[in-house]
Design a protein around this ligand. Structure first.
Ligand SMILES: [Zn+2]
Length: 167
């Protein structure tokens, strides 16, 4: 698996380091980075004052959110379009370590009816799933993986952490 680097605890602006106030608008950007020699997905959160002119190269997904209020009943539902953006940007990623992530992103998007399973091709390790974007008709070919329920749960938890929300 790729490594993940998710800030824990209180969230602060990646540029000015100021801690977000409850309800404050945040722009979150996912990008690829190399951390300790490993390809890693990193999330940068920025406050409104810092988001203009912030580096976007290597951005794999972005979305707008707000810093949670202390009385928030639960984590927000993850923005579907942000998940779809990450999925599209990883679609041609040749790194085999990214396959479980792509597979589970496809599962999440199929459950949420952004993608539609239209069939499979090939056998065994060469088997791919054909997934069509309902909105555009674009077909993605995702290697089928023999993931266990535990594998899927683990990657789903990583996606929740990455997006700071529930799938
Ligand atoms: Zn800032």
């Amino acid at each position: 698996m790729s490594e993940w680097k998710i800030p824990k605890g209180r969230r602060a602006c990646a540029s000015c380091q100021r801690e977000f106030q409850p309800g404050e608008p945040i722009l979150s950007v996912l990008r690829d980075a190399v951390v300790e020699g490993k390809p890693t997905l990193v999330r940068d959160d920025r406050c409104p004052a810092c988001e203009t002119g912030a580096p976007r190269e290597g951005a794999l997904s972005h979305w707008r959110t707000a810093a949670p209020r202390p009385d928030a009943p639960k984590r927000p539902r993850i923005d579907e379009e942000a998940v779809a953006e990450l999925f599209r940007n990883l679609a041609d990623d040749p790194d085999p370590a990214r396959r479980p992530l792509r597979y589970v992103l496809a599962l999440v998007l199929t459950r949420r009816k952004v993608l539609r399973f239209t069939g499979g091709e090939g056998e065994g390790e060469a088997r791919v799933l054909l997934l069509e974007e309902r909105a555009t008709g674009e077909v993605h070919r995702i290697p089928d993986l023999p993931l266990t329920e535990a594998d899927i749960d683990r990657v789903t938890d990583e996606i929740r952490g990455l997006f700071q929300g529930d799938v």
